[in-house]
Design a protein around this ligand. Structure first.
Ligand code: SF4
Length: 440
């Protein structure tokens, strides 16, 4: 490895929450090796770009980012890791100035492969992704944030027809239970109070006799972790025991669900190769709504899937409007080379995808507004984040964005503290709250 006496390293993430958490771990490792971390865009001696390949557009954004880095730092050692490295190593190798290309199997060890000098041709390390369970080496201090992602799982074995992830990240596999609990303890000892349980398909977590429920029970026992949030979870994989945990005042699991629906028509769901019918999905949704009072329920919906007719799109809108969702992330279908859906001849025109997307986004904004409005006047617990110029931002347990004035509590430092806040006034994206009392 290079002598790191005055070496400056710069990292950039494209894509999902999982990539972000992996980049942070790589960054910690670099710090431990003596690198100074500088923002992406500043001059650096080493660049690591963690890539995404979820659509053709994502690939093109990755190439653009790599080119920008190389242009700005012609002498820097340039490493490209992650999903696009796994799937498109040859394309990346054609970009001049790249030294190292590492797929998903070895990406967490990228620091071990960084060379002394720039290479004439990039070294490509792209092993078959092992189906075995895994551990993650973690060390050092993460940049402090009140909320931290904790990766418990990787890969996916579901093979939806629009998705390249099962090929880019390999089959579903789980992180060693003791290893993930140790990382949670390390995070808690840094003062982190909220853990977001993260992975590609976390409901399939299983190693030995440990499943997702065991992970949540284990995290609940970690001293200092006051809140546990589950990130996106596939509809057919959610144990109903979660409801009891969410309702238990002594359990840190928050009343929050993010359950991808993708489409509201059985025909489209079938062609997407999703694993449920609309009535199965809705049965669970209503059960969750009835079982956990006040829970936030979000979803992902894809519009413009090949062959999606106007009627099918309207059916999706109806399902979303008439059922107890509070919000949805809307994705326009975007072709990904190598998937079944990208090969279809009946692609929906781009402008039509955009129109459908804009329409559904408006419905979603209204749903979220209604959810916020229904909570006005209530007093709820929040965890304050780092301050913005004029306010203290926070989330309630059920994911309502609440801000308190910067001069609240006589200008005391509220970061990383919990409070009871009365939800007073509604704005488009958040609620203004008044602190009733600090809790701790
Ligand atoms: S569940 Fe489907 S959409 Fe999600 S990662 Fe697996 S294949 Fe992709």
């Amino acid at each position: 490895m290079v002598s790191t006496a005055t070496k400056r390293a710069s990292l950039h993430t494209l894509g999902c929450r999982l990539n972000q958490s992996e980049t942070l771990l790589i960054q910690q490792r670099l710090k431990d090796e003596g690198y100074e971390i500088v923002p992406f865009g500043e001059r650096a001696d080493l660049g690591i770009i963690n890539t995404c390949t979820v659509t053709n557009l994502a690939d093109s954004k990755c190439r653009q980012t790599i080119r920008q880095f190389v242009r700005k730092n012609p002498g820097a050692y340039t490493a490209v890791v992650g999903c696009y490295s796994q799937m498109g190593a040859k394309e990346i190798a054609e970009i001049g100035g790249v030294d190292l290309i590492i797929g998903n199997q070895e990406k967490m060890s990228v620091v071990d492969f960084i060379g002394q000098e720039k290479n004439e041709k990039p070294v490509i390390i792209r092993d078959r992704i092992s189906p075995e369970d895994f551990s993650i080496q973690f060390a050092g201090d993460a940049p402090f944030n009140q909320r931290a992602n904790l990766k418990i799982q990787d890969g996916c074995s579901f093979i939806c027809s629009f998705c390249i992830i099962p090929f880019a990240r390999g089959p579903s596999r789980s992180r060693d239970y003791a290893n993930l609990i140790d990382e949670a303890k390390a995070k808690a000892s840094q003062g982190i109070r909220e853990i977001v349980v993260t992975g590609v398909n976390i409901g399939t977590y299983q190693t030995g006799d440990a499943d997702l429920l065991r992970v949540l029970e284990g995290l609940n026992l970690v001293e200092g972790i006051d809140r546990i949030r589950i990130s996106s979870i596939e509809p057919t994989t959610i144990p109903t025991e979660l409801f009891g945990m969410m309702n238990d005042p002594d359990h840190a699991l928050l009343p929050f669900f993010h359950i991808p629906l993708q489409a509201g028509s059985n025909k489209v769901l079938g062609e997407m190769r999703r694993k449920y019918t609309i009535s199965e999905y809705l049965e669970f949704l209503h059960l969750a709504r009835e079982s956990v009072d006040g829970a936030y329920i979000g979803s992902d919906i894809m519009v413009g899937f090949p062959g999606e007719s106007e009627e099918e799109f309207q059916e999706t809108c109806r399902v979303f409007l008439e059922n107890p969702f509070n919000f949805c992330h809307v994705f326009s279908f975007s072709e990904r080379k190598g998937t079944l859906a990208a090969k279809r001849a009946d692609q929906v025109p781009i402008e039509e995808r955009q129109r459908r997307s804009a329409h559904l986004r408006r419905l979603s904004a209204k749903k979220r507004y209604d959810f916020y409005e229904a909570h006005l006047g209530k007093t709820m617990r929040v965890l304050f984040e780092n301050p913005k110029l004029d306010c203290w931002p926070s989330y309630t347990d059920n994911y309502i964005r609440v801000v308190a004035p910067r001069d609240a509590m006589n200008g005391a430092d509220l970061a990383n503290r919990c409070a009871e806040v009365r939800l007073d006034r509604l704005s488009a994206d958040f609620v203004e709250g008044e602190i009733v009392q600090m809790i701790d």
